[in-house]
Ligand binder design. Structure first.
Ligand code: SAM
Length: 277
C-alpha cells in the first residue's frame, strides 16, 4: 500500500458515511456506471473511492481496478471489507506526483461523488486533473460524477447562516466550505486545460431522499459532510446550537408533503473526457 499523507483532519468514517448517513451516494450510480461501461479488459483507477462499495461492485466486471482515497479511515475499512480489491491512501489533490499511478497504465479513470472535494483547493485543481490525465493510456477516458453548481445549496446556505449567527464572519464561513461545485463550463474548461477532449457532459437535479435512522437524516448529513464548517466553532455547545439551527431551518424546505420523507436537492455533474489516442 503506498501512502500519501494528507495534512487534513480525517472527517470520514465508513460507518457514518456508507451505513448511516449516505448509502445512497454509492447506490444512485446507474447513469455514471453506464457511462463508464465496464469491460473485461478495462484497467480502472477509482479516484476518491471511499470505503469501496462501488469499486467492489465494478471489480468483477473488469481486469483491474485500483481505488485511491485520502481518508485512512475509508481505506482501512475498504481493505477489511474487500481484501481482494487494491485500495490505497492517496491524496488526489497531488495525484500528478504519484509516479506509481501516473504512468499511463489505466484505460479509464473513474470518480463518483469525490471531485467536488478533491478540486476544492484551486491551487491543486490542475494537479488532480493532470494526475488523471497522466494515469491514462492514450485514448483513455476520464468518467466522473460530482456536485454541480447549486448542489445541496439549501443545506450549504443554512450552514453558513448558522455559523454567522454564532459570530463567524460570513467570508470565513464561506471559505470553510470543503466543496467546489462548478458549472458544466467551468469543469469543461478545467479538464480541457489539462489536455483532455470533452466528449459529453450533463447536469441533473436529483432530489435525494435522506436516510431516516438514528444518526442519519439531515442532522447526520450536516454533522458528517458539514464537519469542516462546524470546526470553525470553538465549543461543542456552539456546534450543537448550529446543527440544531440548520435542521430547524431546513425543516421548512426539504420535507416531502406526500409521505414526510426528507429530501435534499442534489445537482449532479457528469462528464466523459478523453486523452487523445
Ligand atoms: C462522498 S465520498 C464518495 C466515495 C465513493 N466514490 C462512493 O461513490 O461512495 C467522497 C470521498 O472523497 C474522498 N476525498 C476527499 N478529498 C480527497 C482527496 N483530496 N483525495 C482523495 N480522496 C478524497 C473522501 O475521503 C471520501 O471517501
Amino acid at each position: 500500500m503506498t501512502s500519501t499523507p494528507s495534512n487534513k483532519t480525517d472527517i470520514w468514517s465508513a460507518d457514518a458515511y456508507g451505513t448511516t448517513v449516505a448509502p445512497f451516494v454509492a447506490a444512485l450510480t446507474n447513469k455514471i456506471v453506464a457511462w463508464l461501461e465496464p469491460q473485461p479488459q478495462d484497467e480502472i483507477l477509482d479516484v476518491g473511492c471511499g470505503e469501496g462499495v462501488l469499486t467492489a461492485k465494478i471489480a468483477p466486471h473488469v481486469k483491474r481496478i485500483v481505488g485511491v482515497d485520502a481518508s485512512p479511515n475509508m481505506i482501512e475499512s475498504f481493505n477489511k471489507t474487500f481484501p481482494g480489491v487494491d485500495a490505497r491512501v492517496v491524496d488526489c489533490r497531488h495525484l500528478d506526483k504519484d509516479q506509481s499511478l501516473c504512468n499511463a497504465s489505466f484505460n479509464k479513470v473513474f470518480s463518483n461523488a469525490a471531485l467536488h472535494w478533491i478540486l476544492r483547493d484551486e491551487n491543486t485543481r490542475t494537479n488532480a486533473i493532470k494526475g488523471c490525465f497522466d494515469a491514462l493510456k492514450p485514448g483513455g477516458l476520464l468518467v466522473s460524477e460530482s456536485g454541480a453548481l447549486g448542489n445541496v445549496a439549501e443545506v450549504h446556505a443554512a450552514i453558513i447562516g448558522a455559523l454567522v449567527h454564532q459570530g463567524i464572519p460570513v467570508e470565513a464561513a464561506r471559505n470553510a466550505s470543503p466543496w467546489w461545485f462548478p458549472s458544466l463550463d467551468a469543469m469543461k474548461n478545467l479538464v480541457e486545460s489539462q489536455g483532455f477532449k470533452w466528449l459529453k457532459g450533463e447536469v441533473e437535479l436529483r432530489q435525494t431522499e435522506l436516510t431516516n435512522n438514528e444518526g442519519g437524516g439531515i442532522e447526520g448529513w450536516v454533522r458528517l459532510f458539514g464537519a469542516d464548517f462546524l470546526s470553525l466553532l470553538a465549543t461543542e455547545g456552539q456546534r450543537e446550537v448550529a446543527v440544531r439551527e440548520v435542521v430547524q431551518v431546513l425543516e421548512g424546505v426539504g420535507r416531502r408533503q406526500h409521505d414526510g420523507a426528507f429530501t435534499v436537492n442534489y445537482i449532479r455533474l457528469r462528464f466523459v473526457a478523453q486523452k487523445s489516442p
